[in-house]
Design a protein around this ligand. Structure first.
Ligand code: GLU
Length: 499
């Protein structure tokens, strides 16, 4: 199907939302799977809420996710590309005006002079008589003279599209047959406001028609808009595209995903250190699955297997734990250089924020990869894991130094003995195997469980109970610092021990 054209049409009224990213991904996957064209169009007609900053955030993060569009606005130093530009709706206003004029000329739409007060009074009357809100049709049949009279009063008309009685039916590629009685659509539809600005239902159809969109793939929240759009396509004399409505993304409590209950901005996931490979992999599973046991799939592989007909109808719960698991899987698969490059900014941020005293260079980070690679649910966890290596002194909670089965005095003795044994082994004995042997020897000689001694030592060196493997961490820390931290921790217990 070489002629397939799909689009993502974000409104820059907020940062890139997980839901928009998922919709963009499914459009991208479908386009790539069938060899079609993926178009990006910015729907920025809500001037009160649209900002350039949000626009940048959306383009930047779609690009970051690897969802390259074939046609779309200028972005990231790249010129606008594609034969159907401009790809920003605010630059397309004449097209909407022209289409609206055509509908009025054909009497498929008409000027509506109703004032906000009149419309509000209608709404209240309908509410009082328990009727659903709908336009009463006051201006639907005005004569030329009646229109002229209203113009003379200085009234500026909106443009309303006639919604004729009947049933609109279509075969949604995901949901199957959908039939909606036009009586449920709220009456004739405003397509251009009195101030001349066009509305979403209208601009989306004018543009999908002008841009030759063949498949509209979007969230289920738009399902109820589709009959209006179909009527507008027909009125404008354009073929109606196919529709595929993707299942809603849900909070864990199965309500619609919301900022209040879930983190929804892609940039916040990036800031935590989710990698693009894991995010697109996870987003693909929000409504689709490869039908096999495989979890970790790269974007190109997902595109090769993607099928709109396999998209589920039911809502897709956003499962943060599964996303973190996938992220960890992807972090394990990154090449060394790549992982070092991605970790560096997080350590630099820790340094800038004063959480560590030194900003390690790439070679130092590379040397730590064997210790951290399998322990990172997100890149941003790196500071927690290895910050003790780049801090002059770690803060230690003395209570953590004393393992559950131990007394304070045992911990103090344990740390002192460990220090003595490491010191006695000399620089030659300061390696993973000998260090482990030395500490096991100390534990055995004193009748301590090795695990308890290791825990006390771990806390003394790092301030934490969960760290990379102990002996590798000691080697990374270096002999001098290990001895100094053990002694300092032992002294801290002395000071804390009641006489
Ligand atoms: N600008 C609309 C939105 O962000 C596009 C909806 C559509 O795909 O038709 O929801």
């Amino acid at each position: 199907m070489p002629d397939v054209r799909v689009r993502i049409a974000p409104s820059p009224t907020g940062p890139l939302h997980i839901g928009t990213a998922r919709t963009a991904l499914f459009n991208y996957l479908y386009a790539r799977h069938v060899g079609g064209t993926f178009v990006l169009r910015l729907e920025d007609t809500d001037q009160a809420r649209s900002t350039e900053g949000f626009e940048r955030d959306i383009l930047e993060h779609l690009h970051w996710l690897g969802l390259a569009w074939d046609e779309g606005p200028a972005a990231g130093g790249r010129a606008e590309r594609g034969p159907h530009g401009p790809y920003r709706q605010m630059a397309r206003l004449p097209l909407y005006a022209e289409a609206a004029a055509r509908l009025v000329a054909e009497d498929r739409a008409y000027p509506c002079y109703c004032s906000p007060d009149e419309l509000e009074a209608d709404r209240r009357a309908q509410e009082a008589s328990r009727q659903p809100p709908r336009y009463v049709g006051r201006c639907a049949t005005l004569t030329a003279a009646e229109r002229a009279a209203r113009e003379a009063e200085g009234r500026r008309p909106a443009v309303r599209f006639r919604i004729e009685p009947g049933v609109v039916a279509f075969d949604d590629l995901i949901r199957g047959r959908v039939e909606i009685d036009t009586a449920a659509l709220g009456g004739d539809l405003v397509i251009v406001r009195a101030d001349g600005t066009p509305l979403y239902h209208f601009t989306v159809v004018v543009d999908d028609a002008a841009m030759g969109i063949t498949h509209v793939i979007r969230g289920e929240d738009h399902l109820s808009n589709t009959p209006k759009h179909i009527l507008l396509f027909r009125a404008l004399g354009h073929p109606v595209p196919a529709f595929a409505h993707l299942p809603l993304i849900l909070n864990p409590d199965r309500t619609k995903m919301s900022k209040r209950k879930s983190q929804t901005a892609v940039r916040d996931y990036v800031a935590e250190g989710f990698v693009r490979e894991a995010l697109v992999n996870y987003l693909a599973y929000l409504g689709w699955s490869p039908g096999t046991e495989e979890d970790v799939l790269p974007l190109a592989e997902i595109a090769a297997r993607f099928d709109l007909a396999a998209v589920q109808k039911g809502g897709a719960v956003f499962d943060r734990a599964r996303l973190e698991w996938l992220n960890g899987q992807w972090i394990r698969r990154l090449a060394d250089d790549d992982l070092v490059e991605r970790l560096a900014p997080f350590l630099e941020a820790d340094w800038a924020a004063g959480r560590i005293d030194r900003n390690p260079g790439p070679a130092e980070i590379a040397a730590l990869l064997p210790l951290v690679r399998e322990r990172l649910p997100v890149l941003g966890a790196i500071g927690e894991l290895v910050g003790f290596l780049f801090s002059d002194a770690v803060a230690i909670d003395p209570a953590l130094l004393v393992p559950k089965r131990w007394e304070r005095a045992t911990a103090r003795a344990g740390l002192a003995e460990a220090s003595r044994a490491i010191d006695a082994a000399g620089p030659e004995g300061f390696a993973v195997g000998p260090l482990e042997g030395a500490l096991r020897g100390v534990a055995g000689a004193n009748g301590w469980k090795a695990g308890d001694l290791f825990m006390a030592v771990r806390v003394a060196l790092t301030g934490r109970t969960a760290t990379p493997p102990l002996f590798e961490s000691m080697v990374a820390l270096g002999r001098e610092r290990v001895l100094a931290r053990l002694d300092r921790a032992a002294r801290a217990l002395e000071a804390e021990t009641p006489a």
